[in-house]
Design a protein around this ligand. Sequence first.
Ligand code: FMN
Length: 222
Amino acid sequence: MRTCFLYKVLLRLYYQRALKSNYDKLKGDFIVSKNFGSKPYLFPMPTYMIGTYNEDNTPDVMMMAWGGICAEDMVALNLEADHKTVANLKSRKAFTLAIPGADTIKESDYLGIVSSNKVANKFKNSGLSYIESQLVDAPIIVQYPVTLECEVVEMQQQPYGLRVLGKIVNVRADDKVLDANGNIDVAKINAFVFDQVKYGYYSIGEKIGQAWHSGADLLKNK
Ligand SMILES: Cc1cc2nc3c(=O)[nH]c(=O)nc-3n(C[C@H](O)[C@H](O)[C@H](O)COP(=O)(O)O)c2cc1C
């Protein structure tokens, strides 16, 4: 009994000091966890591609993970102010936001590494192609299966960074990602997500539930 107590105390000290971990007690069991402090650790993070026009009308496209839907017809982009994309957003007041498929992981990652501020041929070098949106002043990248065509509504320079709010004017989807009823079948997009902790890309697995239904059984608990 005494040895067991001593063992637990030593184990607790080990976790707390060596691994900087918590050693909490719940109904006689010990729960070990670790604190990482203030970090941007959410998983999954999305991978989206922002498309804009440079001043010479060539496209610029950048990878974005810090953003997404923020209202029924709005998206929020959290951007570093010195990106070429930001200058383009200021001058053209429009952009496209596309969901890349895993088949373009190489090109899409490249577009997240290189800036049009430094490489004039950035988009051309990616090997991707584009057509002009008929609705907003921004390019649609042909290889991306789903594209939101957006207008800039607001650029908010906040103490913690620049946030761009965009209104979704239209969602354009390739025929190849539609189901028999003409709806977008997300499984066909073959999207991938970003890991903010170790910077990995992960494919998205199979469907495992139905929103607003998977938890419905628990509604009977009073
Ligand atoms: C996985 C990934 C996610 C990224 N997410 C963002 C983001 O959310 N916001 C941002 O400002 N930059 C982000 N970047 C960096 C830009 O894509 C990168 O700096 C790009 O070169 C900017 O291009 P531009 O200067 O031509 O606009 C991300 C890059 C990668 C690879």
